[in-house]
Write a new protein. Structure first.
Lengths: 337, 499
């Protein structure tokens, strides 16, 4: 009797499952041709790595039937990619990963584009910024370093960063405002370059993302001083012999009241349907549940806040206002046309 | 000799039937990617990267790096046959490779190109095997002023080497700089010279310009000259490989110089493209037959190909040890490493011995596989030129258009390519050299960025370009090369007046 009961239950489950399987595709939208995954940044950078990671996870776990293709459109600080998706209104076969240039590029260059031209799908994570110095310098904490910068006088110490009028320079300006110092800001093309320039002592400090500098930190070439977030990073596994990400104090604790995190999120073109959006929301949720993704998050010490729907939209709207404010203060806004 | 035993261990990792199969697949795919202009090694590797996620990391990187070697080999094929560089680093190969093909010696040119590619790669791999720790720390010496001095050296090695009026060379180079300035300025973060057109904000892509200037320009000229490729008489000759090999040892000095230039530029990392230009310039200056360069000299093919492949190979070293990609393809491979759970950086050699030495062993094997594949195809490739122009020209046009479209997936670029084609035709008619324009376009914005970064660092003090022995000697060498024609003319004049 027991066997037949299990069999019966099993059968019921199977029948229900089959019905669900038949019912769902009839209702839900899913892509039937190649989906372009636009990266508004160069190959090898943080956004590109995350996009290719997502692409790899989707393929490995067979999360989507239609093929996904990652395409870099980095021209004009990412404006090329944003304009491409903006121009594809109503096309559900384009998704785009964003970084802070979603806000900074239109503000700094005056390219006619705003995040409201896109449909927010899902926030994947927030990227942290850490203040780094060369490990051979005597500065043990942020205060030591800021004191040294003050002592050296304005325009003596060099801060390297990615691009101009983008997140790294915004943080640098914030740091200057907070501490009454003045750096020479030197823009480079990518975060990896910046980390190597710091190891080679061509610059005095950087505000690299964790993933850009972690290899040099582990090799004992760089030293993290503080993280620009309101709380410490949660990862307690040892990265070097003595320190974990969690051991890095926040900049606020070190007397520099500045916080900044960067959006790593996915958008679609404007004018797509709710069903089409839901497909990608669901897809990305599955991606975030894989072990590969969790390992990637830990390796790059990402802040794993993930938002969808109105929460995400509101977050983006708030962040836009904050960027307008920050860039206005820094004098980075393009001349009004 | 710890390296030898590590390397042997690497061979034991790489030499499985599965890995060897992946190697050959990779090389063949790479050659195809290299032949198609626009679909560069970086794009090819990026497209195929996800396929390797299910493989073990060592097998994955072996296949991807073999695609990379294949693309390096393949880039030369269209440069020599049709004057269309398949890859940016094969532009310099067209200077003598295409004239050779027109003389009916396409087979020799291809053999020389492939063989010297192999030798360049081999020298670079040997260096990686034995000198990687020393060499990797050398790359750290390079800050913005050092980079600028290297670019300056490339320009100076190239100036004055074109035949014809010096004024035309300078004019062509300045046009290249002007084109390079279009788009976003890294240092100020604002748009330049776009005149409000959003199509222009990504600037002029080097590949599109090259496909237009060389490929389309050449077809227009051939049409004017009577619709025939001059290489039609090329004979199918299976022995061409052996015959060319007899000739090659004569150019040993050029090979060594070019390999040195290539290794240096790969490690710095300046990249394969400037390496090929610089090496061509240097070879022309030092060769006994330097004044015949550009008319179809085998040595003029050896120099850029050796340097490009040496640079392309050694570019993997800073990627593995420092995490800085030496080329766009290396950047994509870098992304692959991270996904496989490997952290490129100083500790990779310590923590991932199997992976690193497996990769290095596959560099030896992959290049041998590549050489075998391409050399057996030489007579086949050369025979393409026997196809009548009226059939092959439309095919080339279509391939060019697809190539230009692939770069950014944009139709605008195809029109741009056509415009560049007309510019290339007009340049040829008026006897303006195209090479300086191309060189300035590819290196112009990098040279500008590093110069302005240097000026920011020194707050406008030019002495930063002589601030330490390294940057001082490179800058000095650049200036000496620039003034060489003047100095040698002066010297001849002095000697004449004494005699």
């Amino acid at each position: 009797m027991k066997v037949s009961a299990i069999f019966k239950n099993g059968l019921t489950v199977a029948v229900v499952a089959t019905m669900a399987a038949i019912a769902v595709p009839a209702l839900a939208w899913e892509p039937t041709k190649t989906v372009e995954f636009i990266v508004p940044a160069g190959s090898g950078g943080g956004a590109d790595q995350m996009a290719r990671m997502i692409d790899g996870v989707v393929k490995k776990h067979n999360l989507m039937k239609a093929p996904l293709v990652v395409i870099n459109k980095s021209g004009g600080a990412g404006a090329e990619g944003f304009l491409d998706v903006k121009g594809a209104k109503g096309d559900p076969y384009k998704i785009i990963i964003t970084l802070s240039n979603l806000f900074t590029t239109p503000l700094a260059t005056g390219v006619p584009f705003n995040w409201k031209d896109l449909t927010p799908v899902s926030m994947m994570a927030l990227d942290q910024f850490v203040l780094w110095v060369n490990a051979e310098t005597p500065y043990k904490n942020a205060k030591d370093y800021i004191d040294a910068v003050k002592k050296a006088g304005p325009l003596k110490m060099k801060m390297g960063g990615t691009g101009s009028k983008q997140e790294d320079q915004i943080i640098t300006v914030g740091l200057e405002k907070q501490t009454g110092t003045k750096f020479i800001y030197i823009p480079f093309k990518g975060g990896g370059d910046v980390a190597v320039q710091l190891v080679g002592k061509h610059i005095d400090s950087s505000v690299n993302n964790p993933i850009e500098a972690v290899a040099q930190w582990r090799a004992g070439k760089l030293r993290p001083l503080c993280v620009f977030d309101d709380e410490r990073m949660p990862y307690k596994a040892k990265v070097t012999d003595t320190m974990s990400w969690n051991d890095i104090p926040t900049c606020k604790q070190s007397g520099v009241d500045m916080d900044y995190v960067m959006l790593r999120g996915i958008f679609m073109a404007g004018g797509v349907t709710e069903e089409q959006r839901n497909f990608y929301v669901d897809l990305l949720k599955k991606v975030r549940a894989t072990p590969e993704w969790k390992e990637f998050m830990e390796k790059g010490a990402f802040n794993q806040t993930a938002l969808i729907g109105d929460d995400y939209k509101n977050w983006v709207a708030k962040e836009e206002q904050r960027h307008i404010q920050l860039m206005k203060e820094a004098g980075f806004l393009a001349a009004a046309k | 000799m710890a390296e030898i035993s590590s390397l042997m261990h690497g061979f034991s990792v790489a030499l499985s039937a599965y890995n060897l199969m992946l190697m050959f697949i990779g090389v063949v795919l790479g050659v195809v990617i290299g032949v198609l202009p626009g679909l560069g090694g970086a794009n090819g590797v990026a497209i195929l990267l996800p396929l390797t996620f299910t493989m073990p990391p060592t097998s994955g990187i072996i296949m991807l790096s073999c695609i990379y070697w294949g693309a390096l080999f393949g880039g030369a094929i269209t440069s020599i046959l049709f004057n269309i560089p398949g890859e940016p680093w094969s532009v310099a190969t067209t200077f003598d490779g295409y004239p050779l093909a027109q003389k009916g010696r396409a087979g020799s040119a291809l053999t020389a190109a492939f063989t010297s590619s192999f030798i360049g790669a081999l020298i670079a791999v040997v260096m990686i095997t034995f000198l990687s720790p020393v060499v990797a720390s050398f790359a750290l010496e390079f800050g913005p002023p050092e980079f600028f001095s290297v670019y300056l050296l490339t320009f100076c090695a190239f100036v004055g080497m074109s035949k014809g009026a010096a004024f035309k060379t300078v004019a062509s180079m300045m046009a290249g700089f002007a084109l390079a300035a279009v788009g976003l300025d890294t240092v100020t973060g604002t748009l330049r010279l776009t005149f409000g057109h959003t199509e222009l904000l990504k600037g002029f892509d080097f590949l599109i310009a090259v496909i237009g200037l060389f490929g389309i320009g050449e077809i227009l000229q051939t049409m004017e000259e009577g619709l025939a490729f001059k290489g039609v008489q090329a004979k199918m000759n299976a022995k061409v490989v052996l015959e060319t090999w007899k000739e090659l040892p004569r150019y040993w000095a050029t090979s060594i110089r070019s390999a040195a230039v290539g290794c240096f530029m790969g490690i710095v990392p300046g990249g394969a493209t400037p390496a090929s230009f610089m090496s061509y310039g240097v070879a022309k200056r030092f060769s006994a037959t330097g004044d015949r360069f550009g008319t179809g000299e085998v040595e003029g093919v050896v120099a850029p190909e050796t340097a490009a492949h040496a640079a392309g190979t050694s570019a993997l070293l800073p990627m593995l040890t420092l995490g800085i990609p030496g080329s766009p393809t290396a950047a994509v491979l870098l992304g692959g490493l991270l996904i496989w759970g490997l952290q490129p950086g100083p500790l990779l050699f310590v923590e991932q011995k199997d992976f690193v030495w497996g990769l290095i062993a596959s560099m030896y094997l992959g290049n041998i596989a590549g050489l075998i594949v391409v050399l057996t195809c030489v007579p086949l490739f050369a025979a393409i030129l026997r196809i009548p122009f009226s059939i092959i020209a439309p095919v080339i046009l279509v391939i060019c258009a697809i190539g230009a479209f692939t770069v950014h997936n944009s139709m605008f670029d195809v029109w741009l390519m056509v415009i560049f084609g007309f510019i290339g035709y007009v340049f040829k008619k008026l006897d303006y050299p195209l090479a300086p324009l191309v060189l300035a376009l590819v290196l112009g914005d990098r040279a500008e960025d590093s110069f302005r970064q240097s000026m920011l660092m020194s707050q406008g003090d030019m002495r930063i370009l002589f601030a330490n022995p390294l940057v001082g000697s490179i800058t000095g060498l650049a200036l000496a090369l620039l003034l060489w024609p003047l100095l040698s003319a002066l010297w001849t004049a002095v000697r004449k007046s004494l005699a």
